[in-house]
Design a protein around this ligand. Sequence first.
Ligand code: TRP
Length: 464
Amino acid sequence: MNDKRVTNTQNQAASRSSFSGKIGYVLAVAGSAVGLGNIWRFPYLAAKYGGGIFLLVYLILMLTFGYTLIVSETALGRMTKKSPVGAFHAFGKSVPFQFGGWVNAVIPMLIVPYYSVIGGWVLKYLFEYLRENASLLAADDYFTGFISAGADVEIWFLIFSAVVIFVIIAGVKRGVELISKVMMPLLVILAVIVAIYSMSRPGAMAGVKYFLIPNFENFSWMTVVAAMGQMFYSLSIAMGILYTFGSYMKQEVDIEKSTVQIEVFDTGIALLAGLMVIPAVFAFSGGEPESLQAGPSLMFITLPKVFDSMGLGTAAGIMFFLLVFLAALTSAVSLAESGVSTFEDQLGWSRAKACALMGAVIVLFGSVSALGFSVLDFVQPLGMTPLDFFDFLTNSIMMPVAAFCTCILIVRVAGIGRVIKEVELSSEFRRKKLYCFFLKYLAPVCIAIILASSIAGVLGWIVL
Ligand code: TRP
């Protein structure tokens, strides 16, 4: 470590608050990692892209490529004490550095609008459960009717976004995080109960097998692409977030250990969600290929049927959608906050102005996504609904590019040695050799695969 860096770090440490203690760090990151990605997105992708084989590919990617990226981003953040744009700047000011920082920083701004649309769906379901409409929600075409009606989707989306912006403007982020930390264990308990119930229904075992046992016949190229996109999404990597978290991380926190804890926690919740939803698809919707292919609507179609048959439908529905709402809210707030602080730090804007712009972006892109199933259904970028398009653009195109920039920054500019040194400041780097191998050889291959397949998909060479 050179002297300049020491003084730099000390100066900034004075003005930059940090997470208290080790567990504080892990909880903060886990709180923002666990959200709709685990509960809504993971089960529908697993159902759609091959069940057990998707799960296997996901786990392998997470333990190799995902692990490498988490360690890298966190170490770069802690080393520079900056969020992504600043962290790239710390190594150079030319265009490639600008690009690397900004591509990371822009992704959360594009995710939060459509994330808020799904947040709105969750709120709508919560509201209907509160009105004791449990059996209405369990009806076969309830969900389709709801999203194709349009106005309702837009209203609930606006309500969800208003709560997000309110939390950020009123500065009650800490309070929300606290509530959600208390609620998180409840969510786990409820999910365990629902998963056990779901798995014990007649016919559900076929679903458990489909989800847990890899069947190589179900493998397709898209299994890898979808699993990789999901890994970025669920662990909040390749979008600058972990740079920011790393910049608040104290030097004594063990980067390697906290990475493993975050991965275990995040994957555990995703597995539970899978066990709630997929066996139920087999038990309640027959498990035919079409019902497994439902896509983004899967959780909203399947779970109300489970709750309805539980006998305690209303109570279970209220609890579940309330807890999911809180998990979604903390994630959406972190996403939006990341956008706001980029505007503040990089453009020197006031907080009010930054919040206003973030709000405008959410309302504009989010409305297109919300109404893409109804009045705006003629808007079909690349033949997708706007919601799928934003999801695809961020997860399958921009995140691999962002991950690539991080790898290049380390291998070509900062030097792997510096990252290793940073990790070793707090503890021995047990998987140092593996890390170097993954970073130099595996990461570029993974990134090339996902980018090439996405482009081939856009050009119509493969089916996305
Ligand atoms: N990981 C979050 C989830 O699973 C979603 C997410 C993606 C996120 N990027 C983020 C949350 C950045 C907070 C910050 O739902």
